[in-house]
Write a protein that binds this ligand. Structure first.
Ligand code: CA
Length: 234
């Protein structure tokens, strides 16, 4: 039995806070609740939690600003953040992900969905510490070997460009995690971006066509970006 994971929940709406509190505690998490951004930041600094659940629409210091300050402070920059958003806040979600948030859930969410995201983020830890993902990734008949520049579905080799290979490997190495297009461009493609088509959608479209029956492994998250399917969600 490992220590109980501690979660700071920053949420101004009392009824939502209560639902979060109840469900997280029932799962055995230690919950530290906060009703606004300033207080939430203090609590994250003081409590050194394993995870922050951060509502984006907060009075005063809003969630995006909280996210920014968490990232800017070396004491808190490694604490994973799950944003809690309302429908229609996709542009804030994109911004939050770029600022270093790890994931998000959209209200209204079921406790089951929320707990699945919480578990997934706790399991993989902070984005910045992503271990060198295995060079060879296998999943449902798909094999991606970035060193050998080889990918196949059911043993049938795929003909991927270098960019497509990099992108597919990056997504497959971070299952369940949503990335914005800009993040994919900078993190997956990086310096090569100057010489290739910067339109991520074009690359993803090409990869999907080549993946054939495995095409659905890459999910489009409307208004936000892309995600490689989390095995736990199947
Ligand atoms: Ca709110």
């Amino acid at each position: 039995m490992t220590k109980r994971d501690k979660i700071v929940v920053i949420e101004d709406e009392a009824d939502i806070l209560e639902v979060l509190n109840y469900n997280l505690k029932r799962e055995g998490y230690t919950v530290v609740a906060s009703r606004n951004g300033e207080d939430g930041l203090d609590k994250v600094r003081r409590e050194n939690p394993d995870l922050v659940l951060l509502d984006l629409m907060l009075p005063g210091l809003d969630g995006i600003e909280v996210c920014k300050r968490l990232q800017a402070d070396p004491v808190t920059s490694n604490v994973p953040v799950i944003m809690v958003t309302a429908k229609g806040e996709e542009s804030d979600v994109v911004l939050g992900l770029q600022l270093g948030a790890d994931d998000y859930v959209t209200k209204p969410f079921s406790p089951k969905e929320l707990l699945a995201r919480v578990k997934a983020v706790l399991r993989r830890g902070p984005l910045r510490e992503t271990r060198a993902a295995g060079e060879r990734i296998t999943r449902d008949g798909l094999v991606v070997d970035v060193v050998k520049h080889h990918a196949s579905v059911d043993g049938e080799p795929l003909t991927l460009t270098a960019t497509e290979m990099r992108l597919l490997h990056f997504l497959a190495a971070h299952p369940g995690r949503v990335f914005s297009r800009d993040q994919l461009l900078s993190r997956a493609i990086g310096d090569h971006a100057v010489v290739i088509d910067r339109n991520i959608d074009v690359h993803v479209g090409a990869i999907r066509r080549k993946l054939g029956r495995c095409r659905d492994l890459i999910e489009t998250i409307r208004g936000v970006g892309y995600r490689f399917k989390d095995p736990d969600e199947e």
